[in-house]
Design a protein around this ligand. Structure first.
Ligand SMILES: C[S@@+](CC[C@H](N)C(=O)[O-])C[C@H]1O[C@@H](n2cnc3c(N)ncnc32)[C@H](O)[C@@H]1O
Length: 218
C-alpha cells in the first residue's frame, strides 16, 4: 500500500459537489486513466485496481437519489454500504437520517477516500477495509450495494451474500445502470433515475440507473 493513501487521495482529487446531489461533496477526479497510472506507479503494481473511489458511479448515484426521495428507507436504521468506493451511499444514508453507517471496500485508497469524504460532509462513517463477502452478513438493518455488477467474479459472490442478508431480515437496496452481470430477474425494481456521470467512465454523461430491492424468500 502507498505510504499515505490519504495524502495520495488529496493530491489527486478535488473536493466538489456531486452532480445532481449538490448537498454531498466528495473528493473526485476528472480523468480516470492518468489517475489509474498514478495508482499503478504508487503501488508498483501494473494490475492495480481502477481508482473507483475517485468517482461517483451511476449505481451509487441512483441509491443516493433514492434515499433523498425516500429517507424512510433508512431513517433511524443502521446502514451497511457494500463496495462503498467514495463512501457516497453511506454519506447519503446518514443525510437521510440513518442512525449509523458502515462502509466496506477492499481498496486501501477507497478506505482513505471514505474517511476524507465522511469528514468533508460532517458525518461519521465506520470503515471496514477487508473483504466482508467471506464473512456472515453484518449486524445491520439495511445493506446498500451501489454499482457492484461490473465484474463476473464479484457479481457471483455478491448476490448469494445479499440473499443471505435478506434471509436474516436485512433490507437490501441495489443501485445499478444495467451492467452486464446484474441479476435483474432476482430483483424487484423500486425506482429509476437519470444520473449525471462522466464519459471518463461511461459511454454517455447521463445514464439511466435503477434502484432495486432484493426480495425475501426464494
Ligand atoms: C464501481 S465501484 C462503486 C462504488 C460506489 N458504490 C458507487 O456507486 O459510487 C465498485 C467498488 O467495489 C469495490 N469492491 C470490489 N470488490 C469488493 C469486495 N469484495 N468487497 C468490497 N468492495 C469491493 C471496489 O474497490 C470499488 O470501490
Amino acid at each position: 500500500m502507498a505510504a499515505s493513501p490519504r495524502a495520495f487521495v488529496l493530491r489527486h482529487t478535488r473536493l466538489r459537489p456531486v452532480p445532481g446531489l449538490e448537498h454531498v461533496r466528495l473528493h473526485l477526479a476528472d480523468e480516470v486513466l492518468p489517475l489509474w497510472r498514478a495508482v499503478q506507479l504508487e503501488l508498483g503494481d501494473a494490475d492495480a485496481a481502477l481508482p473507483y473511489w475517485a468517482f461517483a458511479w451511476a449505481g451509487g448515484l441512483a441509491i443516493a437519489r433514492h434515499l433523498a426521495d425516500r429517507p424512510d428507507a433508512v431513517a433511524g436504521r443502521r446502514v451497511f454500504d457494500l463496495a462503498s468506493g467514495s463512501g457516497l451511499c453511506a454519506i447519503a444514508a446518514l443525510r437521510a437520517g440513518a442512525s449509523s453507517a458502515t462502509a466496506a471496500d477492499i481498496d486501501g485508497f477507497a478506505v482513505a477516500a471514505i474517511g476524507l469524504n465522511a469528514r468533508a460532509n460532517g458525518r461519521r462513517v465506520t470503515i471496514v477495509g477487508h473483504d466482508v463477502l467471506d464473512d456472515a452478513p453484518p449486524v445491520t438493518d439495511v445493506i446498500l450495494a451501489g454499482d457492484c455488477w461490473y465484474d463476473a467474479r464479484l457479481a457471483a459472490r455478491v448476490m448469494p451474500w445479499l440473499r443471505r442478508a435478506r434471509e436474516l431480515g436485512i433490507d437490501v437496496l441495489v443501485g445499478d445502470p444495467g451492467r452486464r452481470y446484474l441479476p435483474t430477474d432476482e430483483l424487484v425494481e423500486l425506482a429509476t433515475y437519470d444520473v449525471r456521470t462522466t464519459t471518463e467512465l461511461e459511454n454517455l454523461d447521463q445514464k439511466r440507473a435503477r434502484v432495486f430491492a432484493v426480495p425475501f424468500g426464494p
